[in-house]
Ligand binder design. Structure first.
Ligand SMILES: NC(=O)c1ccc[n+]([C@@H]2O[C@H](COP(=O)([O-])OP(=O)(O)OC[C@H]3O[C@@H](n4cnc5c(N)ncnc54)[C@H](OP(=O)(O)O)[C@@H]3O)[C@@H](O)[C@H]2O)c1
Length: 329
């Protein structure tokens, strides 16, 4: 089969052995894969425990073509999406020590075929195209956990989604919007802010412009929850816009550590800083249920062929996207 193989930080599209089906597994012919920033971090060598060569890709939608166990035969011919969690474990609140994410060290979805345990399979939501469904898994479950388990986001709350052009952030925006929160967004791109307003955002600010977020916050009465993945020095400005008892939920730290944190503002206003990462298998199922209930349509940035997949990675590296970058396998 054809696969995009990462070797010492450069990709090669090559023929590799078809994966061998083992007990409890299904063979899936991948139709579409989607990129996450994790894939780009691995490409850059900035990820823990990198093992090369590797076939990256945590997200995929495809058709089940074979199963090992007789009792799993009902999956054959079904179009599915794959839960990228491996060994989340029994604690719903936090992953186990054995936790892994699909796509390095296990082979990922940037290949014609993949084997996964059948308990990772979910039937593709009917209302989505295969391309849209491929966008859901990793970013969807990350946004779900951050918003609903950590942020406890509910109808009528003021929620700010920062860097909404990102793959996870656009789901956080869509999900918060779907449950009736008052959603505000930040981005470095005016067209992204405008598109979010068209889709239901109540307002937006360009985070590259000094004081723009502060002014937005003043105009709307502050935020109850902020969902962020940038952190860095911008964190203090964001925290300053939280209402008393507000929550700053972060699932990444693209801009690294802040040089300082305004601890007084945090304790005096009873603010909470909450770390979050992906989500349990239960969260994954709930995320799909939420999508089905509200017919949430993922924002797709652009679709590349497997031959051009390196260009897809470059687009993510340069932060040019709005929404999910897809690869047609
Ligand atoms: N913990 C987890 O389970 C988990 C899961 C997924 C992702 N992550 C992490 O979360 C981060 C985003 O992942 P992703 O896959 O969504 O990446 P992505 O699609 O590449 O999105 C990155 C986005 O970050 C935004 N950004 C950049 N600088 C910013 C700043 N100073 N302030 C606010 N936003 C800024 C940009 O938004 P604009 O284009 O709107 O300017 C950009 O589109 C990465 O660090 C990733 O490793 C963690």
């Amino acid at each position: 089969m054809k696969a995009l193989v990462l070797k010492e930080q450069s990709f090669q599209l090559e023929e590799v052995e078809n994966p061998i089906l083992q007990k409890d597994q299904a063979l899936v012919k991948v139709h579409f894969a989607a990129l996450n920033h994790r894939d780009q971090w691995i490409r850059e060598g900035q990820y823990a425990k990198i093992q090369l060569p590797a076939i990256l890709g945590s997200d995929g939608c495809g058709e089940v073509t074979a199963v090992y166990n007789d009792e799993d035969k009902h999956w054959i011919g079904k179009e599915v999406i794959i839960n990228p969690n491996i060994n989340w474990g029994n604690n719903l609140a936090v992953q186990s020590r054995e936790y892994q994410i699909l796509g390095m060290p296990t082979h990922g979805t940037l290949a014609e075929y993949i084997v996964v345990k059948t308990d990772r399979l979910h039937v593709k939501p009917d209302y989505l195209t295969s391309e849209q469904a491929a966008a859901l898994p990793l970013a969807g479950v990350t946004a779900y956990n951050a918003l609903f388990n950590k942020g406890n986001v509910k109808h009528g709350m003021n929620v700010l989604i920062s860097g909404v052009g990102g793959g996870v952030a656009q789901f956080a925006f869509l999900f918060a919007n779907a449950v009736g929160a008052n959603v505000y967004v930040t981005s470095s791109k005016e067209n992204v802010i405008q598109k979010c307003k068209d889709l239901g955002a109540k307002g937006g600010a360009n985070y590259s412009e000094k004081d723009a977020i502060k002014q937005l916050s003043k105009a709307v009465g502050g935020f109850d929850v902020i969902i962020d993945s940038a952190c860095g020095d911008g964190m203090n400005d964001l925290i300053a816009t939280l209402n008393p008892g507000g929550k700053f939920v972060f699932y990444g730290a693209t801009r690294g550590l802040p040089k300082e944190l305004n601890m007084r503002a945090i304790f005096w206003s009873h603010l909470q800083l909450l770390g979050s990462t992906m989500g349990s298998d239960e969260d994954f199922s709930k995320m799909i249920a939420l999508c089905n209930e509200h017919q949430v349509i993922p924002i797709i940035d652009k679709t590349f062929s497997l031959t051009d997949a390196v260009l897809a990675f470059d687009r993510m590296k340069n932060g040019e996207q709005f929404g999910k970058i897809i690869v047609k396998v």
